[in-house]
Design a protein around this ligand. Structure first.
Ligand SMILES: [Zn+2]
Length: 222
């Protein structure tokens, strides 16, 4: 079980640079094994190009290292806080992916401008006020500000977290958040150049798109 999770967490970490969500050694993915209560997370300061599966660190929910020769990510405590406080979360990702972080720097949520955003998230992507990285400040800010059911949140002046049932699902939320932020930024700039307004989608319409995407019928039956 733990080896399957290690593979999934490793692959999700490697997908971050491939999708232009991280630079250098920033960013990290973790996964929770619900049965044992153990968390597998990227080691601190290791470049993705040299990251091996065995480099991943296993910690318990209190942050004690259970297995691994390297130090876990400096963001481990924030990941653990989310696992401790959000039921059903089994994968957490933190990045400073550029387009989403532009909104975070301005401490602005991303309204639902597009059907792609409505499909995946169904609500605006909220943004926390700036908090420092001490103790549980980041975790608490996320819990206070998150939208129920939305697997993504912007962190003021900082970056973003995504969290979902599995690391693979959290990765999808990270990729889609960056795409949604990119087209929102472009549309806002175009609107300003053209002297027109960019409006958010009406919430009834957002609900219809979200329900179609999540209520079955989308994709292939397994
Ligand atoms: Zn960060």
């Amino acid at each position: 079980m733990l080896e399957n999770l290690r593979e999934e967490v490793w692959k999700a970490n490697l997908a971050l640079p491939r999708n232009n969500l991280v630079v250098e050694t920033t960013g990290n993915v973790s996964g929770l094994d619900k049965e044992s209560g153990l968390v597998i997370i990227k080691p601190s300061g290791v470049n993705y190009s040299t990251l091996k599966k065995e480099d991943l660190v296993i910690v318990d929910l209190e942050g004690k290292i259970v297995e691994g020769k390297k130090k876990p990510s400096v963001d481990t405590s924030h990941h653990l806080y989310l696992y401790q406080n959000l039921k059903d979360v089994g994968g957490v990702i933190h990045t400073h992916s550029p387009y989403a972080t532009m909104f975070a720097l301005l401490e602005q949520p991303i309204p639902v401008y597009s059907t792609a955003h409505a499909d995946i998230f169904g609500v605006k992507i909220p943004c926390t006020p700036y908090v420092d990285n001490q103790a549980d400040h980041i975790g608490k800010a996320i819990l206070r500000c998150r939208e129920e059911g939305c697997p993504a949140i912007l962190l003021g002046k900082h970056g973003l977290f995504t969290f979902d049932e599995t690391p693979a699902k959290a990765l999808r939320a990270s990729i889609m958040l960056e795409y949604v932020a990119m087209i929102a930024k472009g549309a806002l700039e175009l609107a300003s150049v053209l002297g027109v307004n960019l409006s958010a989608m009406p919430s009834e319409e957002v609900e219809i798109w979200y329900a179609r995407h999540h209520g079955g019928g989308y994709g292939q039956d397994e």
